[in-house]
Design a protein around this ligand. Sequence first.
Ligand SMILES: [Zn+2]
Length: 257
Amino acid sequence: MEIRLLKSSFDDDGSASDHQHTACFVVNGAVAFDAGSLAMAIGADRPNVRDIVLSHTHLDHIAGLPLFIDDLFSTLRSPIRVHASLTMIEALRSHIFNDVIYPNFEEISNEFGPVLEFREYEFEREFSVADISILPIKVNHNEPSAGFIVSDASGSIALTGDTADTSAIWEAAGQLKDLRAIVVECAFPESMTKLAATARHLTPLGLKAELRKLGRRDLPVYVANIKPMFREQVVAEIEELGLSNVRIFPVGGVISV
Ligand SMILES: [Zn+2]
C-alpha cells in the first residue's frame, strides 16, 4: 500500500513547505482520505481520484473538496463520490454546498450527468472503494470524527485522523494480523496540553500513551497533522521520546507499507 501526504503550503522561495496546514492522504494513487489540499496538490493523480473519504468536516480536512469538484466539473463522466457519515454529509450540504459559500454541486449536472454524489458510511461497518477496504471507527475529536482501518491485498494500516485519547481504533488495530503501519496525529507541543485537550488533539506524551494501548513496538508509526506553527517543537519532543519505531510523516512524501 502506498500512502501520500499532500503538500499544503509554500516557503518564501515558492517551493513546497514541510509545514502541514491541511490534511489529505492519497492511498494507492486512487482514494483520498480527507481533502484539505486535494485540488491544489493532487498533481498527476488528479485523473485517478474519484473517491474521497472524510474523517470529519473541519476546514483543514475539506478545504480542497469544493475546488476539486469545480476543477473537474466539465470533464467528469461520473460523479465524485464523497464517503462520509450522515452528520458530515448534512454539514457539507448546509454549510459548504449551499449556493452561498459554494455551488450546490449535487444539483448541478454537466453534460454527462451528476458531478457529486454523497455516499453515507456507518461507523464500525466496513465498505470497499477501488480495491481498498475501509473500516471507519469513531475517535475522540469533533463530533463525529472517524479514524480508519484501511486494507488492501498487501495488508492494513490504521489512520487515526484528528483525535485526542481514544480506544476503539487501537483495539481494532491490535486485532489485525496484517497490520503494517500506524499513521497518527500529534498536533500540539507539551506546553499546550490544555489547548490540546480542549481542541481534542494529542501532544507527544499523549501520543506515547496512545501507542502503549496498541501494545506493539515493532510497527512503524508515522506522525502527521502537526500544527504548522509548532512543527519544530513537536518534532523535537517526539524525538526526545526515544521511540525507535516512531518517525515523522514527510509532508509531500509517500510511504510504502
Ligand atoms: Zn479536526
